[in-house]
Design a protein around this ligand. Structure first.
Ligand SMILES: *Cc1c(COP(=O)(O)O)cnc(C)c1O
Length: 390
């Protein structure tokens, strides 16, 4: 049965053909003007996607590396930082801050719930020593997308750091308008590139914190990176091929248009949510259009999620992500951020229907697919009839 493999996890995500090909170009020296042109184009296009005029720094690391650079470059041991967490990646930020000796105020919310920005606001106004507030935009472990605009308003007065790993290129994310001082993201989610590249935007206000910071650092030192900021990502060898791939991916994204990309993800998310619910499965997070990067689904009690995912991959070649942290073996996470279209969704829903049946869960065959198709018809009805007329 298994012939093709299909990747539907929220990172790494599938790469478009031209992005694959971009990795096969002849390598060029990073000190040449040719590379400088590519690099400046990537940076200026990234600014468009991130909706910012701030400086961009890029690193040859997974996204956690860039996140680590934020802590190293902005703070000193003992600084008090608030982390609002409602999932696995929020918890990762807490561990990261603690690893560098920060005094972390943890605001923990139930996984699957939203961050309560009123609580963020009162914690910050009750403690004038707090220097910064951190939150994750799309909490990929639960599918829940937090209200970052509200978070930034609540954290007014302190530095605002936002993890946009899986939300950039999926969700509305207005870095400058919302007042995000540092936004971190990377290549392997909605940016449709292989893993290994991360980047951040840094506001002038954040730069002032950087000048005061006394944390040890070297590889990720922003001051070293800033010296040649317009032509090279760092004083070290950059991930040249990955940057050429990111260049290609972003050009494709700009051609599609950011608004169209966001709308496409909204439709994909709606299709998945209505599909799984049509066969009686339960969503882990709310059935909301903002949760459009990934969908976390609770399987029937008697089906162990990890075994189900293993079968889905072995039998049908479809890779869907497991739950992590406290959700391990409790949910499955269907990723649809990046290079996905509606037929990817129909495939995965159809495979899930088939496999559920084999696991002894009886449902009306085709219901998930039909529900998803209905979403699509409602969305695209007008477009389809235009095509038929022409
Ligand atoms: C994917 C992801 C990360 C990145 O982790 P790396 O494995 O270091 O690239 C960080 N935060 C969130 C919310 C993510 O989804």
């Amino acid at each position: 049965m298994r012939m093709k493999t299909r990747l539907l996890v929220p990172g790494p995500t599938p790469t478009p053909p031209e992005v694959k090909l971009a990795a096969m170009q002849e390598l060029i020296d990073e000190r040449t003007s040719e590379f400088g042109v590519i690099y400046s184009r990537v940076v200026s296009n990234l600014k468009k996607l991130m909706c910012t005029d701030n400086d961009i720094f890029m690193f040859a690391s997974s996204i956690t590396g860039a996140s680590e650079s934020i802590i190293q470059n902005l703070f000193s041991p003992g600084d008090k930082i608030l982390v609002a967490s409602n999932g696995f990646f929020g918890e990762r930020w807490i561990k990261l801050c603690q690893a560098f000796g920060l005094d972390v105020i943890e605001l923990d919310f139930k996984w699957g719930n939203k961050i309560d920005n009123e609580m963020v606001k009162s914690s910050i106004s009750n403690d004038p020593d707090i220097k910064a507030a951190i939150c994750v935009h799309c909490e990929t472990s639960t599918s829940m997308v937090n209200d970052v605009k509200g978070f930034c308003e609540a954290a007014n007065g302190v530095l605002k750091i936002v993890d946009g790993a899986s939300s950039l290129g999926v969700c509305k994310l207005k870095t400058d308008e919302w007042g995000i001082d540092v936004l971190v993201s990377g290549g392997q989610k909605a940016m449709m590139c292989p893993p290994g590249l991360s980047f951040i935007s840094v506001s002038n206000r954040a730069w002032k914190y950087h000048l005061d910071s006394r944390m040890s650092r070297f590889y990720f030192d922003w001051s070293l990176a800033k010296e040649n900021i317009d032509s090279s990502p760092s004083p070290w060898t950059p991930a040249i091929s990955l940057i050429m791939q990111l260049d290609t991916a972003i050009l494709r994204m700009l051609e599609e248009g950011l608004d169209n990309i966001l709308q496409r993800h909204i439709v994909l998310g709606r299709m998945v949510r209505s599909g799984v619910q049509a066969i009686g499965l339960t969503l882990f997070a709310s059935d909301s259009d903002v949760n459009s990067a990934v969908t976390a689904v609770i399987l029937p009690d008697f089906i162990p999620a990890d075994s189900f995912l293993k079968s889905l991959n072995l039998k049908y070649g479809i890779q869907v992500a497991p739950g992590v942290g406290e959700l391990k073996n409790r949910i499955i996470r269907i990723g649809h951020c990046g290079y996905f279209d509606v037929f990817d969704i129909l495939n995965v829903l159809s495979a899930i229907e088939l496999l559920l049946y084999q696991y002894g869960y009886h449902h009306q065959f085709g219901s998930a697919v039909v529900a998803a198709q209905k979403v699509l018809v409602e969305e695209e009805g007008a477009i389809v009839s235009d095509l038929l007329l022409s």
